[in-house]
Design a protein around this ligand. Structure first.
Ligand code: FE2
Length: 201
Protein backbone atom coordinates (compact mmCIF):
# COMPACT_ATOMS: atom_id res chain seq x y z
CA UNK A 1 0.00 0.00 0.00
CA UNK A 2 1.19 3.48 -0.84
CA UNK A 3 0.57 5.92 2.01
CA UNK A 4 1.73 9.52 2.00
CA UNK A 5 1.10 12.36 4.40
CA UNK A 6 1.10 15.65 2.50
CA UNK A 7 1.60 19.06 4.05
CA UNK A 8 1.31 22.05 1.80
CA UNK A 9 -0.11 25.41 2.74
CA UNK A 10 -0.66 25.95 6.44
CA UNK A 11 -0.68 23.18 9.03
CA UNK A 12 -3.33 20.93 7.48
CA UNK A 13 -2.36 17.40 6.49
CA UNK A 14 -3.81 15.68 3.45
CA UNK A 15 -3.29 11.99 2.77
CA UNK A 16 -2.85 9.98 -0.41
CA UNK A 17 -3.45 6.25 -0.11
CA UNK A 18 -3.17 3.95 -3.09
CA UNK A 19 -2.90 0.36 -4.21
CA UNK A 20 -1.31 -0.55 -7.53
CA UNK A 21 -4.23 0.90 -9.54
CA UNK A 22 -6.40 3.20 -7.47
CA UNK A 23 -5.74 6.21 -5.28
CA UNK A 24 -7.78 8.00 -2.63
CA UNK A 25 -7.26 11.45 -1.12
CA UNK A 26 -8.32 12.12 2.44
CA UNK A 27 -8.98 15.82 3.08
CA UNK A 28 -7.61 17.74 0.07
CA UNK A 29 -7.50 20.85 2.22
CA UNK A 30 -5.58 23.70 0.58
CA UNK A 31 -3.28 21.24 -1.18
CA UNK A 32 -5.27 20.49 -4.37
CA UNK A 33 -2.58 21.55 -6.85
CA UNK A 34 0.12 19.63 -5.00
CA UNK A 35 -2.10 16.55 -4.73
CA UNK A 36 -3.03 16.60 -8.41
CA UNK A 37 0.66 16.69 -9.33
CA UNK A 38 1.37 13.82 -6.96
CA UNK A 39 -1.45 11.63 -8.29
CA UNK A 40 -0.37 12.32 -11.88
CA UNK A 41 3.18 11.28 -10.97
CA UNK A 42 1.93 8.12 -9.29
CA UNK A 43 -0.02 7.17 -12.40
CA UNK A 44 -2.95 5.82 -10.39
CA UNK A 45 -6.64 6.42 -10.95
CA UNK A 46 -8.00 8.79 -8.32
CA UNK A 47 -11.43 7.41 -7.55
CA UNK A 48 -12.51 9.03 -4.30
CA UNK A 49 -12.00 11.92 -1.95
CA UNK A 50 -12.90 11.11 1.63
CA UNK A 51 -13.47 13.99 4.05
CA UNK A 52 -13.01 13.44 7.76
CA UNK A 53 -15.50 16.25 8.45
CA UNK A 54 -17.03 19.27 6.75
CA UNK A 55 -14.77 22.10 7.95
CA UNK A 56 -13.54 24.27 5.12
CA UNK A 57 -9.84 23.81 5.83
CA UNK A 58 -10.31 20.08 5.09
CA UNK A 59 -12.67 20.34 2.13
CA UNK A 60 -11.30 23.45 0.39
CA UNK A 61 -9.63 21.43 -2.38
CA UNK A 62 -12.57 19.11 -3.07
CA UNK A 63 -13.93 20.83 -6.17
CA UNK A 64 -10.55 21.39 -7.84
CA UNK A 65 -9.58 17.74 -7.33
CA UNK A 66 -13.02 16.46 -8.34
CA UNK A 67 -13.03 18.54 -11.52
CA UNK A 68 -9.57 17.31 -12.45
CA UNK A 69 -10.11 13.58 -11.89
CA UNK A 70 -13.91 13.21 -12.10
CA UNK A 71 -13.73 11.40 -8.78
CA UNK A 72 -16.48 11.07 -6.19
CA UNK A 73 -16.67 12.51 -2.68
CA UNK A 74 -17.41 10.44 0.41
CA UNK A 75 -18.35 11.93 3.77
CA UNK A 76 -20.35 10.99 6.83
CA UNK A 77 -24.12 11.01 6.45
CA UNK A 78 -24.38 14.01 8.78
CA UNK A 79 -22.00 16.11 6.69
CA UNK A 80 -23.63 18.96 4.80
CA UNK A 81 -20.95 19.16 2.11
CA UNK A 82 -21.62 18.37 -1.55
CA UNK A 83 -20.95 14.62 -1.55
CA UNK A 84 -21.67 11.60 -3.71
CA UNK A 85 -21.69 8.86 -1.06
CA UNK A 86 -22.79 8.82 2.58
CA UNK A 87 -21.12 6.58 5.13
CA UNK A 88 -21.98 5.59 8.68
CA UNK A 89 -20.16 4.22 11.70
CA UNK A 90 -18.52 0.85 10.98
CA UNK A 91 -19.05 1.06 7.23
CA UNK A 92 -16.27 -0.38 5.11
CA UNK A 93 -15.12 1.62 2.09
CA UNK A 94 -13.44 -0.74 -0.35
CA UNK A 95 -11.56 0.65 -3.33
CA UNK A 96 -9.47 -1.90 -5.20
CA UNK A 97 -7.32 -3.56 -2.54
CA UNK A 98 -7.84 -0.72 -0.06
CA UNK A 99 -10.38 -1.07 2.73
CA UNK A 100 -11.15 1.79 5.09
CA UNK A 101 -13.21 1.23 8.21
CA UNK A 102 -15.32 4.23 9.17
CA UNK A 103 -15.26 5.07 12.87
CA UNK A 104 -17.78 7.81 13.59
CA UNK A 105 -16.17 10.11 16.15
CA UNK A 106 -18.46 13.09 16.80
CA UNK A 107 -17.39 15.79 19.22
CA UNK A 108 -15.36 18.26 17.17
CA UNK A 109 -18.31 18.22 14.75
CA UNK A 110 -21.28 15.81 14.48
CA UNK A 111 -19.96 14.46 11.14
CA UNK A 112 -16.38 13.83 12.30
CA UNK A 113 -15.04 10.40 11.50
CA UNK A 114 -11.77 8.55 11.70
CA UNK A 115 -10.64 6.13 9.03
CA UNK A 116 -8.81 2.92 9.86
CA UNK A 117 -6.81 1.29 7.10
CA UNK A 118 -4.56 -1.60 8.03
CA UNK A 119 -2.81 -0.38 11.17
CA UNK A 120 -3.19 3.33 10.36
CA UNK A 121 -5.83 5.60 11.86
CA UNK A 122 -6.55 8.90 10.14
CA UNK A 123 -7.99 11.01 12.90
CA UNK A 124 -9.02 14.27 11.22
CA UNK A 125 -9.66 16.88 13.89
CA UNK A 126 -10.67 14.36 16.56
CA UNK A 127 -7.17 13.53 17.81
CA UNK A 128 -3.86 15.29 17.19
CA UNK A 129 -0.38 14.44 18.38
CA UNK A 130 -0.50 15.73 21.96
CA UNK A 131 -3.96 17.30 21.66
CA UNK A 132 -7.57 16.61 20.80
CA UNK A 133 -9.93 18.57 18.62
CA UNK A 134 -11.80 21.61 19.84
CA UNK A 135 -15.37 21.23 20.98
CA UNK A 136 -16.11 24.92 21.45
CA UNK A 137 -16.82 25.64 17.78
CA UNK A 138 -20.31 25.50 16.26
CA UNK A 139 -21.84 22.03 16.76
CA UNK A 140 -18.98 20.89 19.01
CA UNK A 141 -19.93 18.59 21.87
CA UNK A 142 -17.62 17.56 24.71
CA UNK A 143 -19.77 14.61 25.78
CA UNK A 144 -19.63 13.19 22.27
CA UNK A 145 -15.88 13.84 22.16
CA UNK A 146 -15.44 11.90 25.40
CA UNK A 147 -17.25 8.90 23.96
CA UNK A 148 -15.26 9.15 20.72
CA UNK A 149 -11.87 9.42 22.42
CA UNK A 150 -12.27 7.11 25.38
CA UNK A 151 -14.64 4.48 24.04
CA UNK A 152 -13.70 4.32 20.37
CA UNK A 153 -10.18 5.60 19.71
CA UNK A 154 -8.59 4.37 22.93
CA UNK A 155 -10.22 0.98 22.36
CA UNK A 156 -7.78 0.45 19.48
CA UNK A 157 -4.47 -1.36 20.03
CA UNK A 158 -1.51 0.69 21.23
CA UNK A 159 0.39 -0.17 18.06
CA UNK A 160 -2.17 1.61 15.85
CA UNK A 161 -0.49 4.49 14.05
CA UNK A 162 -2.14 7.92 14.34
CA UNK A 163 -2.22 10.33 11.40
CA UNK A 164 -3.93 13.59 12.35
CA UNK A 165 -5.56 16.32 10.28
CA UNK A 166 -3.18 19.03 11.46
CA UNK A 167 0.50 19.34 12.25
CA UNK A 168 -0.04 20.57 15.80
CA UNK A 169 2.30 18.32 17.74
CA UNK A 170 6.04 17.76 18.18
CA UNK A 171 5.96 15.15 15.41
CA UNK A 172 3.66 14.60 12.42
CA UNK A 173 2.32 11.19 13.42
CA UNK A 174 2.14 9.01 16.50
CA UNK A 175 0.61 5.83 17.88
CA UNK A 176 -2.35 5.14 20.10
CA UNK A 177 0.04 3.87 22.78
CA UNK A 178 2.17 7.01 22.69
CA UNK A 179 -0.90 9.24 22.85
CA UNK A 180 -2.41 7.17 25.65
CA UNK A 181 0.75 7.77 27.69
CA UNK A 182 1.61 11.35 26.78
CA UNK A 183 -1.45 13.22 25.49
CA UNK A 184 -2.81 15.36 28.34
CA UNK A 185 -6.32 15.34 26.85
CA UNK A 186 -6.43 11.54 27.15
CA UNK A 187 -5.58 11.37 30.85
CA UNK A 188 -8.16 9.26 32.70
CA UNK A 189 -11.15 11.47 33.53
CA UNK A 190 -14.80 10.92 34.26
CA UNK A 191 -17.24 12.37 31.77
CA UNK A 192 -17.97 15.26 34.12
CA UNK A 193 -14.27 15.95 34.59
CA UNK A 194 -13.68 15.85 30.85
CA UNK A 195 -16.52 18.27 30.10
CA UNK A 196 -15.12 20.65 32.72
CA UNK A 197 -11.59 20.19 31.32
CA UNK A 198 -12.74 20.98 27.77
CA UNK A 199 -14.60 24.10 28.91
CA UNK A 200 -11.37 25.73 30.08
CA UNK A 201 -9.49 27.46 27.23
FE1 FE2 B 1 -12.15 20.95 12.00
Amino acid sequence: MYFKQVKGIGDNFSYVIADSRYAVIVDPSYNATLLIQLIDTLDRSLTFIINTHHHHDHTAGNIQVKNHFSCRIIAHRLSGIAKDCDVEDNDLITIGKLTFQVIHTPGHTPDSMCLLIDNKLLTGDTLFVGECGRTDLAEGNSKDMYDSLFHKILALPDTTEVYPGHDYGPKPSSTIGYERETNYTLKPRTLTEFIEFMSVP
